[in-house]
Design a protein. Structure first.
Length: 134
């Protein structure tokens, strides 16, 4: 879908600017997953879902997100960016799939609600409120 390719391009531009990459590192798979090519600094796997599953409908689901330098604000900065992109493309929720202890604590800090103990979701409007109060 063209819309998903535009979403991929927005994420690619963001990562290229933030991490000073010259070449594209984000691709869109046939089953609507945005992922980064192998590199040492960023690991991203983002599912695009319009239909309800274990997550609410119209949800961008972070299945994997990692940065080589942890606890430097990259995750929060990316979530702030992803919130804007979600609104731009009509996604009303952001989810975190199979959270470990660190990502679960991060999700709770930002106001995500547990779906089943390991998966979390939040309405984008709630993230906008959270970031506007910082």
């Amino acid at each position: 879908m063209i819309e998903y390719e535009e979403l991929r391009a927005d994420i690619d531009r963001y990562l290229m600017e933030r991490f000073k990459y010259r070449k594209s590192l984000v691709r869109l798979t046939m089953d609507n997953i945005i992922t980064t090519r192998r590199n040492s600094r960023i690991d991203l796997y983002l599912r695009i879902r319009r239909v309800e599953s274990r997550f609410p409908p119209d949800c961008l689901i972070i299945a994997r997100l990692g940065f080589s330098k942890e606890r430097t604000g990259h995750g929060t900065h990316f979530l702030r960016f992803l919130t804007k992109v979600a609104r731009k493309y009509g996604f009303n929720h952001i989810g975190i799939e199979c959270a470990n202890d660190k990502s679960g604590a991060f999700a709770k800090k930002l106001g995500f609600r547990s779906i089943d103990g390991e998966n979390f979701a939040i309405a984008t409007i709630n993230l906008i409120s959270y970031f506007s109060m910082e």
